[in-house]
Design a binder for this molecule. Sequence first.
Ligand code: NAP
Ligand code: G4F
Length: 319
Amino acid sequence: MPTALITGITGQDGSYLAELLLSKNYKVVGVARRSSTVTNERINHLLDDITVVQGDLHDQGSLLSLIEEYEPTEVYNLAAQSFVPTSWNQPALTGDITAIGVTRILEAIRFVNPRIRFYQASSSEMFGKVLEVPQKEDTPFYPRSPYGVAKVYGHWITVNYRESFNMFATSGILFNHESPRRGLEFVTRKISDGVAKIKLGLTKELRLGNLEAQRDWGFAGDYVEAMWRMLQQDIPESYVIGMGETHAVREFCEIAFGHVDLDYKEFVVQDERFYRPAEVDLLISDPTKARTELGWEPAVGFKELVTMMVDADLERLKR
Ligand code: NAP
Ligand code: G4F
């Protein structure tokens, strides 16, 4: 039975990846950091089937001993300070977890068993102020936030360990992927939650930042399949994962409000507090390599994603 160790098990992607690997008969070990309150909301339904252990990307020793004890065949590094606006308020912490944390886990693998296959959760935020449209594996990076800068480090240290130590270290450059399990502060979930609250009469308005920003949004459940496929290849490489289409925040609002027969223009208020010091205006992927080499095909389209998220928030709030 293969064993997968997942950092960031309590996050959106960690929960979907754990479900996928369980369906493939993996033993799943999830790493969660210690906190004074339990953050198992996304994995409560999996707790009988996975092993959750304490560890922290700040702490080299905890990573080393977990890899020694559980002997994973694959390690998925999904843990990060992943919210872009927070990275301007806490840039050093973001660098310590999202950048140097990758080195700590790579070092743990190198010392214990360099044959372990490694996945690094890289991001389209690395393309930032894009130098090419659409963005593919060899598009140069121009990050626009401390988070994006940290992810560039994480990407290159992964490539470096692949080339320096011949480790099976892959980097998935994933464009935005969303779901009903997305954190409430990210724009898609903020909108679906806001729409549901307005529809149910729980609030009257939704305050957002830049409505013209464009993202290439897909469904998280589809994207974890690509992570797994990357680790099943003969040769470790980097892959861009995205839908190959882009939509504005405004369009997301239009569909989300429209789905419950509301007009977003009557409820959305633009608020400067949600603008960023530097913005990523246009992200659009060219996922040709993933589609041809990994055979990866997403199942959920943009409209279906938006309506799925609104329906899930309506259900949740009604309950
Ligand atoms: P998420 O929901 O924010 O989850 C992040 C996870 O990291 C959480 O489980 C969090 O634990 C954990 N974590 C944070 N700091 C940690 C630390 N010091 N030690 C151990 N664990 C720590 O993020 P996601 O959307 O699932 O994304 C997964 C990964 O993909 C992240 O690395 C993200 O940057 C990257 N990524 C995401 C997207 C996207 O669109 N979702 C796109 C490209 C790349 P707590 O629950 O305790 O906070
Ligand atoms: O949903 P967002 O906060 O996601 P962002 O910044 O694109 O980052 C996410 O995707 C990355 C992949 O590209 C991941 F690496 C990262 O970890 C994270 O998962 O913002 C999307 C866009 C931005 O341009 C932002 O300016 O939406 C715009 N926006 C407009 N109003 C807003 C808001 N974003 C947020 N969070 N809140 C608003 O009120």
